[in-house]
Design a protein around this ligand. Structure first.
Ligand SMILES: Cc1cc2nc3c(=O)[nH]c(=O)nc-3n(C[C@H](O)[C@H](O)[C@H](O)COP(=O)(O)OP(=O)(O)OC[C@H]3O[C@@H](n4cnc5c(N)ncnc54)[C@H](O)[C@@H]3O)c2cc1C
Ligand code: FES
Length: 274
């Protein structure tokens, strides 16, 4: 659904996650519009702070939650900084959903390997809920998650529940050693030692900073996963979210329309994509 319409929405709950990220629970005010609003894992919305500006943000909640959506927002600049100062009850606008999604139906009958760096866990969270809600469709589900420091790990309060109830394996690693951290220290690629991969039966979804893509895709290619079975979400500066402003191009593609989700095969030779 590509739309210029902005849905008046209320932020009714805000959960601080780390020093930089907060999780916003947002509901579209009109009950009919709220019921009609649907999205797929990997899609994003344009979140408008009236009088200030708009930012693209991935939807991080389950698609079956029809009451509200969850957006995890990192404070980096003007709009996100102001969003972080809001209190419950604040009114914002939501346009969308926009963009392509992770093709979960294609993965039926296979293992899913989710690889996230830092904020990259945010769009993968709706994928995790999807996989749980269709658990019998998939074989092993493994999440590899790397962050710079333990204090930057997002959603760790949910890991126990995901591990037990969602029947998935989750492995974390941090780059910088810290007190009270008994887990692994290193780069996300170090976690590959602990995950045997069956290349003919596995799909990979990768989301994180550009520097991570290069090494992760090299490993996945080496173990023999087809490049058409590897998916990534590409972030670019966006303005309109719907193919009009030309702000988000990479070569001939618009990341807002043709992406943000691509298979690796499509973008691997596209100059400056990764
Ligand atoms: C498809 C998509 C999904 C996204 N999902 C999320 C999400 O779930 N949570 C989240 O916190 N952020 C997400 N982002 C990034 C978010 O849109 C930007 O952080 C936001 O637009 C910054 O706005 P600002 O006005 O606060 O910062 P500005 O004042 O515009 O910029 C502050 C700094 O951030 C840099 N910056 C701004 N936007 C981006 C960007 N898109 N990529 C890299 N650097 C940028 C600027 O160059 C500048 O250095 C997503 C971006 C895209 C394209
Ligand atoms: S954000 Fe305007 S064309 Fe993509």
């Amino acid at each position: 659904m590509q739309t210029e319409k902005s849905f008046k929405s209320e932020i009714f709950n805000i959960i601080p996650l780390t020093a930089r990220e907060k999780l916003f629970h947002i509901k579209i005010c009109d009950a009919y519009e709220r019921e009609k609003f649907t999205f797929l894992p990997g899609q994003f919305v344009m979140l408008e702070l009236p009088g200030c500006g708009e930012v693209p943000i991935s939807i991080s909640s389950s698609i079956s939650n029809k009451d509200f959506i969850e957006l995890c927002i990192r404070k980096v600049g003007k709009v996100t900084g102001l969003l972080h100062r809001l209190e419950p009850g604040a009114i914002v606008g939501i346009r969308g959903p926009f963009g392509t999604h992770f093709p979960m139906q294609k993965m039926v009958g296979c293992n899913i390997l989710l690889i996230a760096g830092g904020l990259g866990i945010v769009p993968l969270r709706s994928t995790i809920y999807w996989a749980n809600e269709h658990r019998s469709d998939y074989k092993d589900i493994t999440i590899l998650y790397g962050a710079k420091e333990p204090g930057q790990i997002l959603f760790d309060y949910q890991f126990e529940e995901w591990h037990k109830i969602f029947d998935l394996k989750i492995l974390t690693i941090v780059q910088n050693r810290a007190e009270n951290w008994e887990g692994r220290v290193g780069l996300i690629t170090d976690l590959f030692d602990e995950v045997p991969i069956d290349p003919d039966n596995t799909f990979a979804i990768v989301c994180g900073p550009p520097v991570m893509f290069k090494f992760v895709f090299a490993h996945l290619t080496n173990v023999g996963i087809s490049r058409q079975r590897m998916f990534l979400s590409l972030e670019r500066r966006m303005h309109c979210g719907m193919g009009k402003c030309c702000r988000c191009n990479v070569g001939s593609i618009f990341t807002c329309l043709d992406g943000p989700v691509f298979d690796y095969w499509t973008v691997m030779n596209l100059k400056e994509a990764i």
